[in-house]
Design a binder for this molecule. Sequence first.
Ligand SMILES: Cc1cc2nc3c(=O)[nH]c(=O)nc-3n(C[C@H](O)[C@H](O)[C@H](O)COP(=O)(O)OP(=O)(O)OC[C@H]3O[C@@H](n4cnc5c(N)ncnc54)[C@H](O)[C@@H]3O)c2cc1C
Length: 736
Amino acid sequence: SLYTASDQILLLTPDNVDSLLVNSSAAVVVEFYASWCGHCIAFSPVYKKLARNIKEWKPAVDLAAIDCASEASRKVCMSYSIREYPTIKFFPAYSKPESTGQTFTAFPRDVQGLRHTIIKKLETHEEPGPPACPPLEPASQAEVDSFFETNNVQHFALIFEEENSFIGREVILDLLHRLIVNVEARTFYSYALQGLPGVVRSGKPPPVPPDVITNNTKEPWRPFNSSRVYMADLESALHYSLRVEVATHSVIKGDALISLKKYIAVLAKYFPGRTVMMNLLSSANSWLQNQAGDEISYEAFQEILDNSAQSPDTALPEGETWVGCQGSQPHFRRYPCGVWTLFHVLTVQALSIRATDPKEVLSAMRNYIRSFFGCRYCAEHFENMARESVMEVNTLSSAVLWLWSRHNRVNNRLAGALSEDPNFPKIQWPSPEMCSECHTVTVNGDHKWKEKEVLLYLQSYFSSDRILTDYLESEDQILAKQREKHASKHQFAEAWKMIQRKARDTSEFMMRPLPTQSAGQEEEEGEEPQDETVADEEEENGEGAAAADDIVGKTSEPTRWAKPEMEGGRGRWRAHRKPSIVGMKLRAVQEDIVDLDSFVNQHYKAKASNRVKQRTLQRKEEQEPRPMFGLGMELDAGLGMVGLQPMEDDFEPGQESKRLRKRDLTGQYYGEELSQRRRWMSMLSIGFSKVDISLCVILYLLSSMCLLAMYLFFKNRLRTRRTKVLPCMKKFPNLS
Ligand SMILES: Cc1cc2nc3c(=O)[nH]c(=O)nc-3n(C[C@H](O)[C@H](O)[C@H](O)COP(=O)(O)OP(=O)(O)OC[C@H]3O[C@@H](n4cnc5c(N)ncnc54)[C@H](O)[C@@H]3O)c2cc1C
């Protein structure tokens, strides 16, 4: 076949021919061709171009094609009496099943000529014509004068033209509106119409009212200048690409690794970023280039991105702040807009610093899109475009223009699609308003780009000097945030290590056979806990069980201790059985937990909802008290889920940081930093929170009051009964 579904051409087959040609509400132009025919092959690019050119006319007239050389379609072509290829036929709207269409005799082989032929057919269309096709004849003076009396519309556009001109009719079909422009060309009318507020393509949902722009996204709307590029968009795109898209590969190898290396190399060379960012890209590039193996883990790469080595003045800012790429709704624009902008900037930057390899940026982009770009459908399309023509790029200027023209192709394909933000219509970019010199009109009235002017415009639009830095955090702020993150990560890791150590120590302690054993018999610190068989043997001897009882209190059933085992290498300590014991030792354990809890809360205190969850879990924990064997498991399920919650008033930032510093210096987590009150609370409540204790007291008071009320009620009732019974006894003394 000479055409595909992406050519904006209906592909006719024996199965769909009737439904598409008979009784259709749009007229249909059909090319009957044979795929082996040289003329058809030569004509196919013109027909494809025509389809792209008049795709806005679809509600009134559609283009279709059928390959008569295919075995399956041969009969269909014979039924329409096709003898030569290519043959073009016009099927009016609401054609009957027996209609064989109107043949275009000696039809023109250029887009403009074909467009005019189609218009003539539409003008001479018998009634009923396609409902979507507006009247195409010139307006009379009387119609113009009375227009606003009979129409309730906001805009009325008139095209004044020569008698043999088709511009008016073409523009009407393009947009089904009318407009006056200074330059007498179809494209200028189209751009002008698209620019009108509230004007959308036919068949699209009604436009989003302007106030939605400010209300529909979660973030506040950031006013911006649409003729400028924003560094916030570029940094956001890099954050998303490196921390989200690349992160989908836990191991980066083969083609993906080559793509990542090329991408980072190009960024390190041409990204016109701020110092911290450039330092980061440079170290990421050196690190990647030094990776000799054929795979790396994303985790290792992430350490470089997060600057875990803490090199000074090096950071990749975190988070997304879209400015020029904001959309009127959260699902519009943003990241893909950022990717296009980023690569346009890179091609222009490579040109301005006179890079040696003209294809370097495009090749890096192609690789990145192929390996990592999340929209696989987009990646496929881009790859097809690149495969088709990127080899023609042989200068730095042609690389800039190649990307611009392919981007416009994508814009053309997506114009009117659901993904188009109604407030940012996909146009052939730049519009005449942005760059009037970029556009020209051929002698026959067709639009043409002036590529020299376009190149100059692109060089200026995407130039590094003109990038705006509004809405960015300062580099100092970024570095401070990064330091804070590293510090809390470090403290967290230390606390975690300590908890694990404690858990292990306690489990060893629990495993010790008898407290009555002599010091010499005791295991040394750091030794492996006894294994299950030993513990079982001891239990059988009656010694281990007694020892355990002594340590943790009386059990309701004989307790069998098992050696904690590491699960799946993820560092989870898990006890085989859940003993139901509460006792002295447990209280000490609770104190340990309290401290971790306060530590974690200190770092996540903003997450109030988590706290609620923690409290619920904590209560569960209290209902089912466990000795330290369960600790590792609980911690793994979510740090801070067990133990006493810190009081709200413990969250004074200064106080917390002081406490933390103290810990850093002394290396102690259980010393004097635990406030007297919390220690007291902890001992008193064995891990109950302030809220729990308050609730207990309230419940206690309520139940006491209830008992008192009941007592008084029954006492009173007894007394009234007695007073009723006594006179009765006096009246009937013989009654027993
Ligand atoms: C490589 C790639 C392929 C894609 N393929 C598809 C696809 O097949 N299907 C799909 O639905 N989406 C695809 N997308 C997404 C789509 O192209 C848009 O990026 C997305 O819809 C957001 O559109 P936007 O309105 O923000 O403008 P975008 O098209 O993203 O443009 C971003 C900005 O670049 C500027 N610009 C616009 N046109 C040009 C141009 N020709 N030259 C230079 N600058 C220009 C404008 O300032 C515009 O605001 C693709 C994205 C990328 C990066």
